[in-house]
Design a protein around this ligand. Structure first.
Ligand code: HXC
Length: 258
């Protein structure tokens, strides 16, 4: 499929998806969201892809939902269209890991999109925020929910009520991002992380992703049981035998996703 608002490149088993509406700081309009959902679904189904990196430009990961597109809508319009639900669900259905490489602004829906990915690597110039309060609305795809789970109530409340931005250092300190790297290096860092993930057994990669995500959905006791069952189940794979034999034989494992 040909895309206009995103660019997709596949190299070394990693799909790199770039949001590409530079004139609007990658504001998320319907076309971009539909293309993103399609590209992620395609990457998830493509056997040559083992990990996905989602990024924007150096100036903006995404400055939020497209305000021009939203401004004149009525309650019935937004309630009926539910513009973000389909794409968000499409991202959550992806079983391969998705790394967000965030440079510049990740605001509103942009911050929420990054948080919907599996983890965020930030450039030093990254700025995260939920400024919807300045527009007379509130966050709509996780800015009051995921952000609160990631950084705690105090900072989530501060960001959602004042609309202030969090810089990369604060985002790392608060647990919103996994690493901060110099601006200009963030895509390379995310691709290197993706490459590392691509080398693992994809069965244990999927199990790890499902298990960490489960911790956000359930009680600790249920989550621990879920984790233990998956841990046990992986002993039915050839890759577990290979991984442990390779360690004992002091060699690199050759995983076959079996
Ligand atoms: C539409 C946007 C936009 C957006 C920027 N642009 N953000 N267009 N929707 N969210 C456009 C500007 O209109 C401008 O176009 C161009 O991008 C460059 O932006 P500037 O403002 O000139 O750049 P700068 O001065 O550097 O300021 C950058 C900025 C600012 C701080 C990021 O653009 C800004 O505050 N943007 C809005 C951020 C925001 O409120 N996001 C939340 C949206 S609501 P022109 O044509 O004038 O050159 C949301 C809800 C999600 O995300 C919930 C969904 C369910």
């Amino acid at each position: 499929m040909a895309y206009e608002s995103i660019i997709v490149e596949i190299e070394d088993e990693v799909a790199l998806i770039r949001l590409n509406r530079p004139d609007a700081l990658n504001a998320l309009n319907k076309q971009l969201l539909d293309e993103l959902a399609a590209a992620l679904t395609e990457a998830d189904q493509n056997d040559k892809v083992r990990c996905i990196v989602l990024t924007g430009s150096e100036k903006a990961f995404a400055a939020g939902a497209d305000i021009k597109e939203m401004a004149d809508k009525s309650f019935v319009d937004v309630f009926t269209e539910d513009l973000f639900t389909g794409p968000t669900e499409a991202i959550l259905r992806v079983r391969k890991p998705i790394i967000a490489a965030v440079s510049g602004y990740a605001l509103g829906g942009g911050c929420e999109l990054a948080m919907t990915c599996d983890f965020i690597i930030a450039a030093e110039n990254a700025k995260f925020g939920q400024p919807e309060i300045n527009l007379g609305v509130i966050a709509g795809i996780g800015g009051t929910q995921r952000l609160t789970r990631f950084v705690g109530k105090a900072k989530a409340m501060d960001m959602n009520l004042t609309g202030r931005f969090m810089d990369a250092a604060e985002a790392e300190r608060s647990g919103l991002v996994s690493r901060v790297v110099p601006t200009g290096k963030v895509v390379a860092e995310a691709l290197a992380a993706a490459q590392k993930i691509a080398e693992k057994s994809q069965i244990s990669v999927r199990a790890a992703k499902e298990s960490v995500n489960r911790s956000y959905e359930t009680t600790l006791r249920e989550g621990l049981l879920f984790e233990r069952r998956l841990f046990n189940a992986l002993f039915a794979t050839e890759d577990q035998k290979e991984g442990m034999s390779a360690f004992l034989e002091k060699r690199e494992p050759q995983f076959r996703d079996k």
